[in-house]
Design a protein around this ligand. Structure first.
Ligand code: ATR
Length: 283
């Protein structure tokens, strides 16, 4: 670091377990970009001060994580189209003093899915389990790929229906809500089944969001969870002949897109993944 180093960081609460500093600093080293990235714990009532600090100190970029992704929008100068449709910001870009809010979670997921499991999403039948914040970003980004169908199912039906309705306002073709009871049939016809719920996350690693045998052999089973790296849902789907796709890639590519927005330099995604993976496995 020297007096020309551009500053970056992630704000959240808690933030102590974030892998973003390791990953982004590796990207700076790898590309030779003169930047540095740190984690900042920001309490909800001090979010406005933190953003004012970013402006005053001339930080080039921030990532934003739980619980600030929605609240932070009120402090920014501009929200891009995707972040507006998703209703949440995970990346701030400081363009000469103008703070622009973007969301790289959904597009990061889609890039990971295309690079690691299924290069062509157009014409595919896709089922998404869960209707929370993560699901929303992913549905928005998947919908842009022109799948043959895009269905969302949720334990609480109203949330699935509301999510499908609200996305239909900003985007065509529309997302369809399906009832949890109809999932078995929907999954058996799907090319890709994606878990966005927290079911199967450590420490409850033996749980699965649906019976993995509902996914047809040859189809892709995908899980946003990356702790564990391979969930029981994925493991059992693989044993039945499904192709599987874990959640680590989404984390890597949401960071890769943020890096690219900030620096204009192609992100060294393989090195970023290696860095995160090493921090998990202790190698
Ligand atoms: P995130 O931002 O990570 O998506 P969230 O907004 O809290 O987190 O959403 C969690 C999702 O997991 C929701 O779709 C939730 O379903 P409900 O809307 O019915 O609560 C889903 N979920 C959590 N536990 C679940 C379980 N045991 N079975 C099925 N779905 C579950």
């Amino acid at each position: 670091m020297d007096s020309n180093t551009m500053m970056y960081g992630v704000i959240g609460d808690p933030i102590g377990h974030s892998k973003s500093p390791l990953m982004q600093n590796r990207a700076f080293r790898e590309t030779g970009v003169n930047g540095a990235y740190a984690a900042f714990r920001v309490a909800p009532e001090r979010l406005g001060e933190a953003i004012a600090g970013m402006r005053a100190m001339g930080f080039r970029g921030l990532n934003v994580t739980i619980p600030h992704k929605v609240a932070v929008m009120a402090f920014l100068d501009e929200i891009d189209e995707g972040a507006r449709a998703i209703g949440a910001v995970n990346t701030i870009v400081n363009e000469n003093g103008r703070l622009i809010g973007r969301n790289t979670d959904g597009i990061g997921y889609v890039r990971s899915l295309k690079e690691e499991a299924e290069p062509e999403l157009a014409g595919k039948r896709i089922v998404v389990l869960g209707a929370g914040g993560a699901s929303r970003g992913i549905l928005w980004a998947l919908n842009r790929e022109r799948p043959a169908s895009l269905q969302v199912a949720n334990r609480t039906w109203d949330k699935a229906r509301e999510l499908a309705d609200s996305l239909a306002e900003s985007q065509a073709p529309a997302v369809q809500a399906v009832r949890w009871e109809e999932l078995k049939e929907a999954c058996s016809e799907a090319d890709i089944v994606i878990n966005t719920t927290s079911v199967g996350m450590a420490p409850h690693v033996e749980e699965t969001p649906i019976d993995p045998s509902w996914v047809r052999p040859g189809a892709v089973a995908s899980d946003l969870i990356y702790n564990p790296l391979t969930t029981t849902f994925l493991q059992q789907a693989q044993e039945r002949g499904c192709r599987i796709h874990g959640g680590l890639g989404m984390f890597v590519y949401q960071g890769a897109y943020a890096f690219e927005y900030w620096t204009g330099v192609p992100a060294p995604a393989a090195a970023m993944r290696e860095e995160v993976l090493a921090s998990f496995t202790g190698k």
